[in-house]
Design a protein around this ligand. Structure first.
Ligand SMILES: Nc1ncnc2c1ncn2[C@@H]1O[C@H](COP(=O)(O)OP(=O)(O)O)[C@@H](O)[C@H]1O
Ligand SMILES: [Mg+2]
Length: 336
């Protein structure tokens, strides 16, 4: 790829690259993922500011510790809201809990119908099964909100600020989890169907069957979207530190098992010794030089380990990146 040969160099100063390809029309869903605190939310919000110049963009977070509101400096909710100060950008913080509540309210009849027609359950069983958690249903329903929006083409681009690695990976395994649940429900149906056919002849599918079919379709849709490299891109975010690199390695490995291709990686918080970031004094300070030396070691390590990925280096800013103005400034580093 473009950065072949960089590994042999030590200085990384002139090699700040930029994220590319995000304006491709086919690309709809862009996810940012990585360890906690590496800058996922900042990169996601800033990318939102960038893409909204040309595309109607929706920024959303699946991290239960929603911090999009803090990053943008305005209150968001689980309803889509236009972001003040950025034309064409909307945002929401998906609440898995609310999505689950809505799901159960919407499909209570269908689920209970399936349980009810299953042979061995009495009313008490049915009620207790209904209140049992369905694995991953809350998150997948949260995600379904997005899949539905994409289908209705409400926005051109969807940017996801994911939760730290473990949680984000869970989101990606959800289709499998939910699929297992659907299979159990379907099994109950088949037994019932077999009995009806045996004793009454013809079986007429009811709302329970429609529901299972619709669920199956949703799972498939989410899966297909996440695995389609033209429509979906996962951007890994890391920092030049040992623990973050190890976690990035695990993340990339898991993503590849789920068939999700990663093409580019952001290395954030890189201490620049350039005057425009730190000023003459700090540039020459012993501490900065030492810190920088260590970072360079890790940056080179990252490039060796992930040599198939395009890397974009983002300098450590003198201040936290919060609010529209700071994000707009930050986007110049992401997309020079
Ligand atoms: N390049 C940077 N320079 C300085 N501060 C940064 C930089 N990137 C992120 N930050 C700050 O670091 C903190 C963590 O970033 P955030 O995007 O919330 O990380 P994550 O979403 O991965 O947990 C935030 O306060 C953010 O403003
Ligand atoms: Mg975050």
């Amino acid at each position: 790829m473009g950065n072949v040969g960089y590994h042999t160099r030590n200085r990384v100063e002139e090699e700040w690259m930029a994220l590319t390809g995000l304006k491709e029309d086919a690309l709809k869903l862009i996810l940012f993922g990585g360890k906690g605190g590496v800058g996922k939310t900042t990169c996601a919000s800033s990318t939102g500011c960038f893409l909204s110049k040309d595309f109607k963009t929706l920024l959303f977070s699946t991290d239960p510790a929603h911090s999009l509101s803090d990053s943008l400096g305005q209150k968001l909710s689980d309803e889509i809201k236009e972001v003040r100060g950025v034309k064409n950008l909307s945002a929401l913080e998906v609440s898995a809990e609310i999505a689950l509540f809505k799901f159960k309210a919407e499909y209570e009849n269908e689920i209970k119908k399936i349980l009810d027609t299953s042979t061995y359950l009495d009313q008490e069983d049915i009620d207790s099964i209904f209140t049992l958690p369905i694995p991953g249903i809350d998150e997948i329903m949260g995600f379904k909100t997005i899949v539905d929006l994409i289908e209705k083409a409400k926005f051109d681009k969807y940017i996801v600020d994911t939760a730290p690695t473990g949680h984000a990976l869970r989101l990606l395994t959800l289709p499998d989890l939910l699929d297992d649940w659907i299979k159990v429900m379907a099994k109950m149906r088949w037994k019932y169907r077999y009995m009806v056919e045996t004793f009454a002849g013809k079986y007429k599918p009811d709302e329970g069957d429609d529901f299972l079919l619709a669920m199956k379709k949703t799972v498939k849709k989410v899966e297909n979207l996440l695995r389609d490299p033209n429509r979906c891109e996962f951007i890994a975010v890391t920092i030049p530190e040992d623990m973050a690199i190890l976690e990035t390695e695990r993340l990339l490995k898991s993503l590849s098992t789920y068939g999700i291709k990663v093409k580019q990686l952001i290395i954030n918080n890189v201490l620049s010794l350039k005057r425009r970031f730190l000023g003459q004094e700090s540039r020459d300070c012993e501490f900065c030089r030492e810190r920088r030396k260590e970072q360079e070691k890790y940056i080179n390590q990252i490039r060796r380990k992930f040599s198939n990925l395009k890397t974009t280096i983002i300098p450590l800013q003198p201040k936290e990146v919060k609010g529209i103005e700071a994000l707009n400034n930050f986007k110049n580093f992401l997309f020079q």
